[in-house]
Design a protein around this ligand. Structure first.
Ligand code: HEM
Length: 168
């Protein structure tokens, strides 16, 4: 295979990998939405049928599952899909880094969700550490994602139109 063929193959494998990750972010987000809604339904039933107001830990688990788990995962997935591809020679953007961010965010958000649900019934030290470390993981996951995506956040074509005097 010549150089052009090799480079085309590597570009197409790279973009297929990126699209798989996009779907993974979005479908994992839908999973978090389902988990968050179930806790929401449980809290609502307890409140309306039994007069038991939601435990702050359950509220936190619900809120983070729907906002961070669903809304943020959707945003991260769609950004991965929409932003311009990395330029040739870009050493910062690597799909493996985004994949690492995906796994760190998924595992830490799951641990945080389960840990916070469990915290509504238990004060065990292990659970406190689990929730705290999961939060640290979430911060780290976002940091890796945005560090990696930084160079893909750029205009494509619009700077040429801006140079011609267009404003948008
Ligand atoms: C994507 C949809 C949803 C979002 C973004 C969302 C967001 C939130 C947020 C931010 C809170 C915290 C409010 C606070 O601290 O005062 C909350 C609380 C709550 N949510 Fe949701 N929620 C959603 C869907 C649902 C659904 C479908 C249910 C029930 C079937 C539900 C039941 C509850 C309950 C019972 C509370 C606690 C309210 C209280 O303090 O008494 N949520 N939700």
């Amino acid at each position: 295979m010549d150089d052009i063929g090799r480079s085309t193959l590597s570009t197409s494998l790279r973009s297929r990998h990126a699209y798989t990750l996009v779907r993974r972010f979005i479908k994992t987000g839908i999973g978090f939405l389902a988990a968050g809604l179930l806790v929401g339904l449980y809290m609502l039933t307890q409140r309306e049928l039994f007069g038991v107001w939601p435990h702050p830990y359950l509220r936190s688990a619900h809120m983070h599952a729907v906002f961070l788990g669903f809304v943020m995962f959707l945003i991260l997935g769609v950004a991965l899909w929409l932003f311009p591809r990395a330029e040739t020679g870009d050493t910062r953007y690597r799909p493996e880094r985004v994949e690492a961010a995906y796994w760190i965010l998924t595992l830490s958000t799951s641990a945080r969700f389960l840990g916070e649900v469990a915290r509504a019934w238990s004060d065990a030290d292990g659970l406190r550490w689990l929730v705290l470390l999961a939060g640290v993981g979430q911060v780290g996951g976002f940091a890796i994602y945005f560090f990696t995506m930084w160079t893909r956040i750029r205009p494509v074509g619009s700077h040429l139109r801006e140079a011609k005097g267009e404003r948008f």
